[in-house]
Design a protein around this ligand. Structure first.
Ligand SMILES: Nc1ncnc2c1ncn2[C@@H]1O[C@H](COP(=O)(O)OP(=O)(O)OP(=O)(O)O)[C@@H](O)[C@H]1O
Length: 448
C-alpha cells in the first residue's frame, strides 16, 4: 500500500505498481508522472466516480482495480489503454456499460456486485476474454455476441435475473467453471426437505475463529443441546455462519442450499445440521482435522484461470491416482444430486498425508435439476473440462513419473479427453470412475 503523500513527493517515480486507499474523491494527477512505467493501478476502496479524460496516457497499464468505489458507469476512457487486460469495477453502483468500453486485450473482467441490467453487444469483440465475473447484478439477458469469445473459461452469472441459460452458452468451446445459482431459472428444492437437522444458534457454543471465506466465518464449536439423533457422536464440530452480502460466486444462501443438497459423502466435509434463523443462517460441520492442507493455491493475476502451487510441491503417481479417483467419485455423487460444483480446483481440495480428499467451497455450486437435458449435459461437460485441468495440474507436479511411465501416460490420455470434452466426445463422471478403476487394477496386476 502506498500513500498520496509518497506519490506527491515523487518518491514513487518509475513505480510499476501503485495502490492507494485514502477515501479519494478525485483521481490524483500525479499518477500521470508514472505513465511510462505504471502497469498495475489499484485504487480500490475509495470514493471515485470518474476517471480523467486523458486516462489513456497511462499507456503501460495492464491491470486496473477500482473495486468498491462510486462509479455509476464504466468510464469510456479505459478503452484508450490498449495494454489493459485485467479490469475490476466490483462493488460500485454501475448501471451503465457503454459500447466498446473495454480494450480489445481484456482477459479478466470483474463487474460483480453492481446494478447492471444489460451488457453491450461489443462484449463479443474481446477475443482474449478468459474470466468474466458478473454475479450480483440485474442482468435479464446476456449479449449473444459473447459466443464469439471462444477463450472464455470461467464465468459467474449467479445472483442475477436471467430467465434461462442461453443456447449459445452451452456451446462455448472452453468454458469449464460456471456458476449460475440465484437466477429465476435455477432454483433449489426446499431446504426443509433436505433431511438435515435444523438447530438453533443457542444450541451451540462458538469458540475461536478457524477461518474466513468470502461467504462466511468459521468457528470451532461445541454442542450445548445436541439433537437426540446425533447424541453419542464424539465428533468435534465447526460452525460456518454465512454473511448476507453477495460474493464473486453468488449469494451465500445459495452456497448453504448447495451444501444441504450435496449431503454427505466420504470426500465432503461432514454436514451435521443447519441453522436457519431470521437474521442468521449457518452450517454445523465436522471439524476438519489439522492434518489436512490445501492441495493448491488460487490463480494469480498471471495464471488467471489456473491454480498456482507452492514452489517445490510435488505428488507421487500413487497420490495423484488416488486423488483423481476420490474427486471423480465425489463428482458422481454431486451430479447425481443435480449439483455442479462450478469451482473444481486444487485450491478447493484438502488432502492429508495419506492422500485422503475433502472437496470444499460450494460458493459457486448450482443446481441443474430443473433444467432441460441438453443443458444438463453441457453443464456436466464444463465440469469435466475443469476435472481435466485439475488432472493436468496434478500431473505437472508428479515426482516419480519414470517409475511407471505407462500409468503416467494413461492418466495423461484421460486428462486430455476430459480437458477437451466437447459435444461429440464427452465422458461422464461414472465413465471416468470406471476407466480409473481399470487403470488402477491393471497397475496392481503389474506390481503384484
Ligand atoms: N469444517 C471446518 N473445520 C475446520 N476448519 C474449517 C472448516 N471449514 C472451514 N474451515 C477453515 O476456514 C477457512 C475458510 O473456509 P470457507 O469454506 O468459508 O472458505 P473457502 O472456501 O476457503 O474460501 P472462499 O469461499 O472465499 O473461496 C478454511 O480455509 C479453513 O481454514
Amino acid at each position: 500500500m502506498h500513500t498520496l503523500a509518497q506519490l506527491k513527493s515523487g518518491e514513487l517515480s518509475q513505480a510499476k505498481r501503485l495502490r492507494i486507499t485514502e477515501n479519494l474523491t478525485e483521481f490524483p494527477d500525479e499518477i500521470f508522472d508514472l505513465a511510462d512505467t505504471l502497469e498495475i493501478l489499484d485504487l480500490s476502496n475509495n470514493q471515485l466516480d470518474c476517471l480523467p479524460e486523458d486516462f489513456g496516457r497511462l499507456h503501460q497499464l495492464k491491470i486496473l482495480f477500482l473495486t468498491n468505489n462510486q462509479f455509476r458507469q464504466v468510464p469510456n476512457v479505459i478503452a484508450d489503454c490498449a495494454n489493459l487486460d485485467t479490469i475490476s469495477f466490483k462493488s460500485n453502483r454501475i448501471s451503465s456499460v457503454p459500447e466498446s468500453v473495454f480494450p480489445r486485450n481484456t482477459r479478466w473482467l470483474i463487474l460483480t456486485d453492481n446494478q447492471i441490467e444489460k451488457l453491450p453487444d461489443s462484449m463479443g469483440e474481446l477475443p482474449r476474454l478468459q474470466k468474466l465475473m458478473l454475479a450480483g447484478n440485474r442482468l435479464t439477458e446476456l449479449p449473444s455476441t459473447l459466443a464469439n469469445c471462444a477463450n472464455l473459461q470461467l464465468m459467474r452469472i449467479s445472483a442475477n435475473q436471467l430467465p434461462c441459460l442461453p443456447d449459445w452458452l452451452l456451446q462455448m468451446p472452453k468454458l469449464a467453471w460456471l456458476a449460475f445459482a440465484g437466477n429465476p431459472f435455477s432454483g433449489y428444492s426446499d431446504m426443509e426437505n433436505a433431511g438435515t437437522h435444523k438447530v438453533s444458534l443457542s444450541d451451540i457454543q462458538l469458540h475461536e475463529q478457524l477461518g474466513q471465506g468470502a461467504s462466511g466465518v468459521i468457528y470451532r464449536a461445541e454442542w450445548i443441546n445436541q439433537p437426540a439423533s446425533l447424541q453419542g457422536s464424539e465428533e468435534q464440530i465447526a460452525v460456518k455462519l454465512f454473511k448476507g452480502h453477495v460474493t464473486s460466486d453468488g449469494y451465500p444462501l445459495d452456497e448453504l442450499r448447495a451444501c444441504l443438497t450435496a449431503g454427505n459423502h466420504p470426500n465432503l466435509v461432514r454436514m451435521t445440521a443447519h441453522i436457519s434463523e431470521n437474521d442468521q443462517s449457518g452450517l454445523v460441520l465436522g471439524l476438519i482435522p489439522s492434518t489436512f492442507y490445501n492441495l493448491g493455491l488460487p490463480p494469480s493475476l498471471a495464471t488467471c484461470t489456473r491454480d498456482t502451487f507452492a514452489g517445490g510441491f510435488q505428488l507421487t503417481l500413487a497420490d495423484i491416482t488416488s486423488i483423481a479417483v476420490s474427486v471423480a467419485d465425489t463428482l458422481v455423487h454431486l451430479h447425481d444430486k443435480g449439483l455442479c460444483h462450478g469451482d473444481l480446483y486444487a485450491h478447493n481440495i484438502l488432502v492429508n498425508p495419506d492422500a485422503a480428499v475433502l472437496l470444499g467451497d460450494f460458493g459457486a455450486a448450482s443446481s441443474f435439476l430443473s433444467l432441460p437435458d441438453e443443458h444438463i449435459a453441457a453443464i456436466q461437460r464444463f465440469e469435466m473440462r475443469a476435472y481435466g485441468h485439475l488432472l493436468d495440474d496434478l500431473l505437472s507436479l508428479c515426482s516419480d513419473r519414470t517409475n511407471d511411465l505407462t500409468l503416467f501416460e494413461r492418466l495423461s490420455e484421460l486428462k486430455n479427453t476430459c480437458a477437451h470434452a466437447n459435444i461429440k466426445v464427452s465422458p461422464t463422471f461414472p465413465e471416468i470412475k470406471h476407466q480409473l478403476r481399470i487403470i488402477v487394477s491393471d497397475r496392481q496386476r503389474v506390481t503384484v
